[in-house]
Design a protein around this ligand. Structure first.
Ligand code: SAH
Ligand code: SF4
Ligand code: F3S
Length: 443
């Protein structure tokens, strides 16, 4: 019997990772097997991102590469799904006629129908519900023996930060019913899953559109489920992170003490132009509150460099802010103009060379801070959840702390993925902590 194979290449954020897992499950129901070799695949999906131009360019490059595969194997089915599919729609066929179908962000559940249709008719096909056309229908959770799974808890975004394309391609906020998330989590727990990551563009506004409860209530309920050792979530909008959520995390058994609170910029003038809905003063107080409630927590952020109108004075303020905040890590992005967003037509766009120069300055300051923070872990023992062998050396194992720090150690024991292990840190670095496993204390 011939086994037909599929491969999904995923770009962008965790929401896309989650959608890809769920599309994988659907394809397996159709009888396809997963492959990691592009040439072997009978169905290739590109799950795309359009948050920055660089992402789009990379994806167009990949679309081009797949042309020769399609020429060599005519029965190959090639589909574009995700955010760029939603944004570009049928225009993708003009640019690349070898694409068979385009599936929008709210049409994931129609994947198998479209594949069956393509097999019969071989025409360019599109399924594109309007981005804000309602709740994407529930798709089966991924099968399999994973240790860690993504769980979407809400879709879309209502915030319309002026630089961002996401609300246009993902539509308005819709929360998934709480009972459905709880049931899904219980099923994972029974399957041996140890870590869940709740996903949404703004998880703190979970539940605002339904009566069942809010984000804190959801966290409280999920924390009660035995077997799930770690509960993570992303992303938290600073404006909507309230005391109830902080208290719930503080009093929980399994909710991770990592706060990813994207500030985006370090000057009030730019924050306002970005439509972020908070001031630096508000953000500082919030971070203080979190650190006071949960002193062992880690704090990370996203920053955009080169937003239109950014001056040297804004940038200096941002550097001062960064030195004050002392983030464990900052994910930095060069501002990318997204047509259709308000910032795209703002005056005083910043040149690429100025942006890059500022980015380098900012990164060298942040790297120094990250290293200092990590150096304080020397000789301290941290608790990690084991993930397995590291990529480069099978005898070196890796895991993460509740605060999301990556820890590496030489494996000398019987630890396996999912175990909780104590590791004494001996060699802290900017991005990782290296240490020695403390087997005597293993649970
Ligand atoms: N909803 C999440 C993140 C969405 S996109 C949040 O609000 O935090 C992930 C990150 O990409 C954002 O935090 C932002 O830092 C960055 N980003 C979004 N649009 C961008 C743009 N046009 N140019 C550069 N970075 C951008
Ligand atoms: Fe984009 Fe802002 Fe929504 Fe995040 S909160 S997805 S940055 S519009
Ligand atoms: Fe990209 Fe869409 Fe996520 S634009 S960042 S994949 S929501």
């Amino acid at each position: 019997m011939i086994h037909y194979k599929y491969m999904i290449l995923t770009y962008g954020c965790q929401m896309n990772e989650s959608d890809s897992q769920r599309m994988g499950t659907q394809l397996e129901i159709l009888g396809y097997e997963k492959t990691l070799v592009l040439d072997e695949a009978d169905v290739i999906l590109l799950n795309t991102c359009c948050v920055r131009e660089s992402a789009e360019n990379k994806i167009y490059g990949k679309i081009g590469e797949i042309k020769h595969l399609k020429q060599a194997k005519h029965e190959l089915i090639f589909g574009i799904v995700g955010c760029m599919a939603q944004k570009e729609g049928e225009a993708l066929f003009k640019r690349a006629p070898h694409i068979d179908f385009v599936l929008g962000t709210n049409n994931i559940h129609e994947l198998n129908n479209i594949i069956n249709d393509i097999k019969l008719s071989r025409h360019h096909m599109t399924k594109l519900a309007p981005a804000d056309g309602g709740i994407p229908q529930e798709v089966l959770p991924p099968s399999g023996n994973s240790l860690s799974v993504w769980i979407p808890i809400m879709y879309g975004c209502n915030n319309f930060c002026t630089y961002c394309i996401v609300p246009y391609v993902r539509g308005r906020e819709h929360s998934r019913p709480m009972h459905s998330i709880i049931e899904e989590t219980k099923k994972y727990s029974a399957d041996g899953v140890k870590e869940i990551t709740l996903l949404g563009q703004n998880v703190n506004s979970y539940g605002k559109d339904m009566p069942e409860g809010d984000f804190a209530d959801l966290l409280y309920e999920l924390d009660k489920i035995d077997g799930i050792e770690r509960i993570r979530y992303m992303t938290s909008h600073p404006r909507d992170l309230n005391d109830k959520v902080i208290e719930t995390i503080k009093n929980s058994r399994h909710i991770c003490t990592h706060f990813h609170l994207p500030v985006q910029y370090g000057s009030d003038r730019i924050l306002k132009a970005m439509n972020r809905g908070y001031s630096l003063e508000y953000y500082r107080k919030l971070a203080e509150k979190v650190r006071k409630a949960i002193p062992e927590c880690s704090l990370t952020t996203d920053l955009i460099i080169g937003f239109p109108g950014e001056t040297d004075a804004d940038f200096e303020q941002m550097l001062t802010f960064l030195r004050q905040m002392r983030y464990d890590a900052a994910y930095t992005f060069l501002y990318s103009k997204r047509s259709g967003t308000p910032a795209a037509t703002m005056d005083n766009q910043v040149s690429d060379s100025v942006k890059k120069n500022r980015l380098n300055q900012l990164m060298s300051i942040q790297n120094e801070i990250s290293l200092q923070i990590n150096e304080a872990f020397i000789n301290k023992t941290v608790q990690v959840m084991v993930e397995g062998p590291s990529r480069t050396d099978a005898s070196v194992y890796t895991g993460r702390t509740s605060t999301n720090k990556i820890v590496l150690w030489q494996k000398n024991g019987t630890e396996k993925a999912g175990d909780i292990l104590n590791v004494r840190i001996t060699h802290p670095q900017t991005w990782i902590l290296k240490g020695e496993a403390q087997y005597a204390k293993e649970k």
